[in-house]
Design a protein around this ligand. Sequence first.
Ligand SMILES: [Zn+2]
Length: 299
Amino acid sequence: MKQEHLIAAVGPESLEKLIVIGGMHGNEKSGLEAIERVLGKLKDKEHLLKKRVYFLKGNLKALKNNERFVDIDLNRIWSDRYLHSHNGAYDFKEFIELQALIDDICEGAYEHCALLDLHTFSADSGIFCIPAENLKSERLARRFGIPFIEKLAKSLPETALNYYGEKGMLSLVFEGGKHNTPEATDNLERAIWLMMWYFDVISSDDFPHVKPMQRYLVDLSVDLPHRLEMVYHHKLKDYHHYRMHPGYYNFKAIAENEEVAIQNGKPVFTSMSGFMLMPLYQKKGSDGFFIVKEIKNSN
Ligand SMILES: [Zn+2]
């Protein structure tokens, strides 16, 4: 097993395994801080874990450079076709190493594994999670009690989330807050503990702090729509000439035909109403913004 990406493996050998990734994007340090905190608190409690948990580090070189990616976004290139041929961009190497490591961990039995991929964003507020498009991922996402976004794969097919979701793995992205803020680290720590609880790695009797964490996230999201779907993706070929207007944040209501950004000197108007998601306020990125809509009549 290649060790560079492996931060730690804890808990007993088990058929079902949980994999937690931090730093898939190199400018997002909060996931790694959250992992260190959880490991610190598990030190004398490892015997209480019921399943094996692997904590992984994402894009090593981008993390060193404190950049989202080196040549190409690591979380947009998860596809088997790149395992054997690609254009030589640096980040493919990280994808191939991570893929091999996760393959080793799961021993091909993806359906017994679960993935929690920790992220943050450049907008000011609005935490949410994104389940892979399979029932067990969607069911688990609901338990967090925060907004969750469905139908992402059409817009972003080559994410780790979708790659493993298609292989039958329970997979979830958790977006914990604004890049490198104390709140984002706190929320991603909560996400790890809750994921361990929901995936039955720990019990709430052994780790009673998980219940207040669950309540905290539910209270944080009480005024927000919960079940949403991705309806529009403003994809960027060249992020150098894109500037979002100030004041947008996750789940801000937007109107149709609203001017939200300037691209190549021209205004960008929304093509539909809905809620803003992940407006780009950072240097690098291939997504200008997304529009999500609430799914009503959920049952
Ligand atoms: Zn990210």
